[in-house]
Design a protein around this ligand. Structure first.
Ligand SMILES: Nc1ncnc2c1ncn2[C@@H]1O[C@H](COP(=O)(O)OP(=O)(O)OP(=O)(O)O)[C@@H](O)[C@H]1O
Length: 361
């Protein structure tokens, strides 16, 4: 199933042009700076922007074809939408908000109780909307959207008002809902970390155009510097949980396609089952490079690799790509260190990073 777009939207100071086939499998993240056109793109797909011209096809259904004067109204598109600000009915309690959605929904592939349980709002049912936290409101908005049994769910920065704890809970919840209901999602955010933790595939937007697309790790590891700040350049990867070392507060991890002899990595204890995959990232500023094999060091993660790219970031800093165990690691160094260590493409080096450099939500 895909969304096929061939559209154009012109405002006085902004033009969006997109010819895109978006495969609707799992969660597709749409990443980009403020003003790059992410919300406009979602609104066109949802049928909330009649000013756009061109064609929008959802699987075999034409939702819009300007030449043929076709425009299926938003409420008939079978597409759900969760906004940044939840947009619940303020005069109703949680149950009232859910009932409203359930009444409008025709089939019953999922019951209201199942949705309440999936979104973890059992204890909130009689609560008035005005007495919910931002995270709770988002979970109710999500429940309401799911109850309408959409074929596609669009989410526009739904986590932006949440703190880190609520955010990580929502990320887990969205993944769970995506798997349990097999409900494809398009998820807009300007946060690289949020997209890294949630999306399977990513589109990157800039100035009203999609400039990058692909699998989450591949896109994030090659993010254009105009999209990411040099502070958030990161290696995005998935690792396999090998064993927990509770006495040390550590978890041992392996590369997914590990070859015999590949070293293990260590992260601060991760609450996940053995053999499951941990989606994680390592900031480029958290990795350092040494020329000799470190023998006596407190830095727990040490990998041998070869430099395959050096890219200048600013007058005084550079991004070095080191391939180790068939994985590219991005490292940010000062130009002083690059010159001092005489780093060059093809040079054999060791990279080092601490356990707490392996991050996840
Ligand atoms: N109704 C409108 N009339 C004129 N210009 C608009 C309108 N809606 C959006 N724009 C402009 O279109 C551009 C893209 O806006 P859009 O909301 O799609 O960006 P975005 O990437 O979602 O940004 P953010 O992350 O801040 O939500 C912006 O420059 C915005 O000012």
């Amino acid at each position: 199933m895909t969304i096929a777009l061939n559209i154009r939207l012109d405002y006085d100071n902004f033009n969006l042009v997109s010819q895109e086939q978006i495969p609707l499998k799992g969660i597709t993240g749409i990443l980009g700076h403020s003003g790059s056109g992410k919300t406009s793109l979602l609104r066109i797909i949802a049928g909330l922007n009649a000013n756009a011209s061109g064609t929008v096809k959802f699987a075999d259904t034409t939702l819009q074809n300007t030449d043929k004067n076709i425009f299926i109204k938003s409420e008939r598109r079978n597409i759900g939408f969760v906004f940044q600000d939840a947009r619940l009915f303020p005069h109703l309690d949680v149950w009232g908000n859910l009932q409203f959605a359930a009444k409008r929904c025709q089939s019953s592939r999922i019951t209201i109780d199942e949705v309440i349980s999936l979104t973890q709002i059992e204890h909130l049912q009689s609560r008035h909307i005005g007495r919910l936290s931002a995270g709770e409101k988002q979970r109710v908005a999500l429940a309401r959207a799911i109850l309408a049994e959409p074929k596609l769910l669009l989410l526009d920065e739904p986590l932006s008002a949440l703190d880190n704890k609520a955010r990580s809970k929502m990320v887990e919840l969205l993944r769970n809902i995506n798997l349990r209901l097999d409900l494809p999602m398009l998820y807009v955010s300007h946060s690289v970390v949020e997209i890294q933790q949630l999306a399977d595939n990513v589109l990157v937007m800039e100035n009203g155009k999609v400039i990058q697309r692909g699998h989450v790790h591949q896109v994030i590891n090659q993010l254009h510097e105009s999209v990411t700040s040099s502070q958030t350049i990161q290696t995005s990867l998935s690792l396999k949980i090998q064993q927990h070392l509770p006495n040390f507060g550590l978890t041992q991890l392996g590369f997914i396609n590990a070859q015999p002899g590949n070293p293990r990595l260590y992260a601060n204890v991760v609450n996940k089952d053995i053999n499951s995959h941990l989606r994680c990232y390592i900031l480029a500023t958290d990795i350092s490079i040494v020329l000799q094999k470190p023998e006596e060091t407190s830095v727990i993660n040490n990998l041998h690799g070869v430099i395959n790219n050096i890219q200048r970031l600013s007058r005084n800093s550079a991004q070095i790509t080191v391939n180790a165990c068939e994985q590219d690691f991005l490292v940010k160094l000062t130009r002083y260190s690059v010159e001092k260590l005489k780093l060059d493409i093809g040079k054999s080096v060791f990279i080092q990073f601490k356990a707490n450099a392996i991050r996840s939500y």
